[in-house]
Design a protein around this ligand. Structure first.
Ligand code: NAD
Length: 360
């Protein structure tokens, strides 16, 4: 089959790592008989420099016309204090909005080969870990009504508030993303909320219970967020898919990712109503190592695997990429960020080449 992919290499190490992911995708195309056509567009600092905006209209139009979007990373000190207030990160928020992406999927995967990198004890983490956090991305307290009332006479009465608001439709669509993802994994969902004190969480429970009827094979449960934060460090292996609101997901996905210990390994996906999605590594543009053949391309390569699974419905091919990454780690190859004693240190390009060669 033919698929149209927009690539947004962006800034810093973005171009280094996207190049490697494209190499791997091309090999997948060769082995499995697909044609991936790429349309490279500008976003972030590079777009500010060349087009005068962090998110040019032609980039949005190209993304809307694509089957999926693969992003490197944006940002860097060069664009931190622009007089017109534009920033590379504005492009990122803008593209998520333009593509109406409301679900953020962040896997926290600890590979057995890298278990020493986890800050958790071995008896807790075991040999590996594989959790998927599904976070609602466009609603809740970050986007709810904001209010600040200053009391001139008595400052102690000045107040500010942010509204945690969710509609049934918003809860339903994110729940479906979580349950659909669970169907592709171990069919287990934990919905994290604060239903003992929040009315919005109680509505989440009503809607989740209703949606769950459409997924009889999925075993699901609810957990309060304070307990979930604790359980992630004392017994993370109990989780498969966690579905949660914008703010809880923001916090828990960072907590879960640090458990894996390796930022260069963490993929992510942002999905909307249709099959179009945006796939990117969880890390930033690492300007300190840009263009030096030092960046770990694995997070981006694994993001490309998520793209095959969630936007292009190519499960077998996604598995092939993940297996190739495993093989290369098994053979002892490491980029600098995940290097340890007795392993073989290699650069970005060599890592991309080895994973490409391991695609079967
Ligand atoms: P960062 O993730 O870019 O870097 C943090 C540290 O991790 C650095 O030492 C870096 O060298 C290292 N690192 C990151 N990715 C790596 C990889 N693939 N391989 C090896 N080492 C890696 O975070 P930061 O330094 O806080 O931010 C740098 C820039 O990136 C800033 O401009 C920030 O705004 C931007 N940023 C962009 C995104 C994004 O595009 N989604 C996300 C976070 C930060």
């Amino acid at each position: 089959m033919d698929f149209k992919i927009v690539t947004l290499p962006g800034d810093g190490i973005g171009p280094d790592i996207v190049t490697e992911a494209v190499k791997v995708l091309n090999k997948v195309g060769e082995v499995y008989g697909h044609q991936f056509t790429y349309d490279e567009q500008m976003m972030g600092g590079v777009a500010i420099d060349h087009k005068g905006s962090s998110l040019p209209k032609e980039t949005i139009d190209a993304c809307l016309a694509a089957d999926a979007v693969l992003l490197g990373a944006v940002g860097g000190p060069k664009w931190d204090n622009l007089p017109n207030g534009d920033r590379p990160e504005k492009g990122l928020l803008g593209i998520r909005g333009a593509l109406k992406l409301f679900a953020n999927l962040r896997p926290a995967v600890l590979y057995p080969q890298l278990k020493h990198a986890s800050p958790l004890k071995e008896e807790i983490i075991g040999d590996s870990l594989d959790i998927l956090i599904v976070r609602e991305l466009t609603s809740g307290i970050y986007f709810g009504e904001k209010n600040k009332v200053v009391c001139e006479e008595d400052d102690s009465k000045t107040f500010a508030s942010d509204l945690e608001k969710y509609t049934v439709a918003e809860i339903e669509r994110i729940t479906r993303v979580g349950f659909d993802a669970a169907m592709k994994r171990n069919k287990k969902v934990c919905v994290v909320d604060k239903a003992n004190v929040l009315e919005s969480s109680r509505l989440w429970r009503v809607v989740v219970n209703r949606v769950a009827k459409d997924y009889p094979e999925v075993e699901y449960s609810f957990m309060y967020v304070d307990n979930a934060a604790m359980q992630l460090v004392v017994n993370p292996k109990q989780f498969d898919v966690i579905v949660t609101s914008n703010i809880f997901g923001d916090i828990l996905s960072d907590e879960a990712s640090i458990i894996t210990g390796s930022i260069g390994m963490l993929a992510s996906a942002s999905l909307g109503e249709g099959s179009l999605g945006l796939y990117e590594p969880s890390h930033g543009s690492a300007p300190d190592i840009a263009g030096q053949n030092k960046a770990n391309p694995i997070a981006t390569i694994l993001s490309a695997a998520m793209m095959l699974r969630y936007s292009l419905n190519l499960d077998k091919e996604a598995n092939a990429i993940e297996a190739a990454v495993m093989n290369v780690l098994d053979a002892g190859y490491r980029t600098g960020d995940i290097m340890s004693t007795d392993m073989k240190q290699i650069g970005t390009v060599e890592m991309g080449d080895l994973i490409t060669a391991a695609i079967k």
